[in-house]
Design a protein around this ligand. Structure first.
Ligand code: C5P
Length: 306
């Protein structure tokens, strides 16, 4: 009670892009998107340990940078500048989300640091107060301030939770091929025709009103470019999707710019069977559950400074 601040442990969840439409390129070099985001309970663990002045990061994964190029460090620096404080923090990240896998790991870590330090430093900013900082850090960061099933517009950084919150068992397959998002978008530019009138996500959202899941309406406009960027994924993707669908997946797709694929199941047993079948073929597979807006909020409400 009233002693020095103790360390704060926060979860940093992964996301899927259930669907992703690229509508065109923007003057700022980014692309105009319409995407359906979904948080899942696959997560990294982050411990925030107060330090007098220094901001530093440690991570158990060799591909994660330990300097200021780490988005989690940049998040802490931005928040400290914003709050005009001198506090330091050590950020210790235990990775479970595949790195450069299209699951938003780095962006999620940055958002978790913003939300964790908002509590640790007692700033009281909340999602709305943190949003301007989050969008400066990266296009996917704002989504993780809310979580659940949400529509991402503009660069993906304008986020609107949907009434329809997807509930599913998830199988995530990491082919172990890191793919650069920037490189995938560059490839896409060569072939991009504006698709402002694309309506697949609208049709998906409205199909639920008719009791139809509508999964087959979805698509990922980055897939073709991602497979060009990492051709080894063509064969692997075909195999992964085949096994997921054979085992009863409602929907199987590439997440974001890849390289992770996922399958959604309404039944835990089928998800377990798909996981076992893919593991037997040598893939790195994990099982998760979707996290709705409320579930995400509840997981964060358990994070308390003592
Ligand atoms: O914002 P973030 O750094 O996560 O984005 C990674 C890269 O993905 C950007 O540098 C950009 O090349 C590309 N991107 C894009 N349009 C978006 C989101 C990302 O071109 N809406």
């Amino acid at each position: 009670m009233g002693g020095p601040l103790r360390a704060l442990r926060v979860p940093s969840f992964a996301k899927l892009n259930l669907g992703l439409e690229v509508l065109g390129s923007r003057a700022d070099g980014y692309h105009e998107l319409r995407t359906l985001f979904q948080t899942i309970d696959l997560h990294d663990d982050i411990v925030l340990r107060p330090l007098p002045r220094e901001i530093r990061v440690r991570c158990d994964h060799p591909q994660v940078p330990a300097d200021e190029s780490n988005l989690a460090v940049r998040a802490a620096l931005e928040l400290r500048r914003h709050a005009r404080l001198g506090h330091g923090v050590e950020i210790v990240i235990t990775k479970r989300i595949p790195v450069a896998g299209g699951l938003g790991g780095g962006s999620s870590n940055a958002a978790a640091v913003l939300m964790g330090l908002d509590r640790l430093w007692k700033l009281g900013l909340g999602p709305a107060g943190l949003h301007p900082l989050a969008r400066r850090l990266g296009a996917d960061v704002p989504f993780f301030l809310l979580g659940g099933t949400a529509l991402g517009l503009a660069r993906g950084d304008e986020v609107y939770p949907l009434k329809r919150q997807v509930q599913a068992h998830v199988v995530v397959v990491d082919p172990g091929v890191p793919v650069s998002t920037a490189a995938v978008f560059r490839r896409l530019d060569a072939s991009l025709t504006p698709r402002e009138n694309s309506t697949t996500i609208f049709r998906f959202v409205s199909s639920d009103l008719e009791g139809d899941g509508g999964w087959r309406l979805l698509s990922n406009d980055l897939e073709e470019a991602a497979l060009e960027e990492a051709p080894v994924l063509v064969q692997q993707g075909r195999r992964i999707r085949g096994v997921l669908v054979q085992n009863g997946a409602l929907w199987a797709a590439l997440s974001g710019s890849g390289s992770s694929f996922f399958g959604l199941f309404d039944d835990a047993r089928r998800a377990r069977q798909a996981q076992a079948a893919l593991a037997k073929e040598g893939f790195t597979v994990s099982r998760a559950r979707t996290l709705s807006l409320d579930q995400y909020r509840r997981r964060w409400s358990r994070v308390r400074c003592r």
